[in-house]
Design a protein around this ligand. Structure first.
Ligand SMILES: [Mn+2]
Length: 347
């Protein structure tokens, strides 16, 4: 966890910022972190990060365009040096809050916060953001971000008291809520709406900035129409992919590969490990052009497995948490990667 002093420091940065720009990871943890912090100060613009694995320097354009005086980076494990240098040159403070298992940035001028560096814990950034903002009325947003990142927060019982119809009194796990409750369905709706066009993501975040509770998302009206439409479209494709992936379940491994223009590998990998908790490894490969983006889950040390399977593959990158990682490589290296996985699992 972050220390009380660190939480207070972040609060001070937020209060100082007159026109902050929040760059957030393109998932529910990133989204709700941005919403929690921005709702707390009642100002700030948000930009979803779609570059992987780094926050690209091209995103700096937004800082100039919006004349931001502060940069917050949420739930992104890597930021390009060039981006940080540009901010430094323009004298714009960078506050970077993350929870991945990574080394701190080399540049000591960055205000960097990561619970992993304190005590090896990795509470979601939306959990940290909730503790920073400390607005009880926004607990539902934090719960959405937390369960999407496989975490049940200590304030869950209070949330349950407010919204008993949307949740479970004693969930078996965070994913039990994500896949088997109404608040989980709302989280999945938001997650898929993050995969919409940039214009639609911007209107969704504007809507979410004012939303007063989780039911606002389910209510069909002009503002939610596109969010629900996008969810239904993606969900039907997603369910078809889940069907195919289930058929590939081996003894220790599920190795599933698909293509197209919609990246769902993280979502698929999460649901597969929820449905198949005994598999040593779940590997979901998303192919887009020459690039393969891979999501890995499993019951052992998946971080080690990922890094071992990548060793010797030039230009490949990857990392993440002990139980959940991502990797990226050229499609031509996939056979070698698959071989490595098989060898490491002894299949
Ligand atoms: Mn994330």
């Amino acid at each position: 966890m972050l220390t009380v002093k660190q939480i207070e420091e972040i609060r001070e940065h937020l209060e100082k910022a007159q026109n902050p720009l929040f760059f957030f990871d393109n998932d529910n943890d990133g989204l709700t972190s941005y919403l929690l912090l921005s709702r707390f100060i009642g100002r700030g613009k948000g930009v979803i990060i779609r570059s992987f694995p780094e926050l690209n320097p091209s995103y700096y354009r937004k800082v100039l365009e919006l004349k931001s005086d502060y940069i917050f980076i949420l739930d992104k494990p890597a930021v390009s040096k060039e981006f940080l240098e540009k901010a430094k040159k323009d004298n714009i403070p960078v506050v970077w809050i993350d929870h991945h298992q990574v080394d701190p940035p080399e540049d000591s001028d960055v205000y960097y916060y990561n619970p992993f560096l304190n005590d090896k814990t990795n509470e979601p950034v939306s959990y940290l953001s909730y503790k920073i903002a400390n607005r009880k009325e926004d607990a539902w947003l934090a719960v959405i971000g937390n369960i999407s990142d496989c975490y049940i927060p200590d304030f869950y019982p209070e949330f349950y008291k407010t919204y008993p119809d949307l949740a479970k009194e004693s969930p078996k796990s965070a994913f039990d809520l994500l896949y088997k409750s109404e608040i989980g369905r709302i989280a999945r709706i938001l997650d898929f709406s993050l995969k919409d066009t940039l214009t639609n993501v911007v209107s969704m975040t504007k809507f979410m900035m004012k939303a007063s509770g989780p039911m606002d998302i389910l209510e069909e009206n002009l503002k939610t129409k596109q969010i629900l439409k996008r969810y239904n479209e993606i969900n039907s494709k997603y369910q078809a992919l889940m069907e195919k992936a289930r058929e590939l379940a081996g003894k220790k491994l599920i190795y599933f590969q698909y293509g197209g223009n919609l990246s769902l590998s993280g979502n698929l990998a999460n649901q597969l490990i929820y449905e198949y908790p005994d598999k040593t490894a779940i590997v979901v490969v998303y192919i887009n052009g020459d690039i393969a983006n891979i999501s890995l889950r499993g019951k052992g040390n998946i971080r080690k497995l990922t890094l071992d399977a990548l060793s010797g593959i030039e230009g490949a990158s990857g990392g993440g948490h002990e139980k959940a990682t991502g990797a990226k490589m050229s499609v031509s290296d996939l056979p070698r990667f698959k071989e490595n996985i098989d060898r490491l699992l002894g299949e």
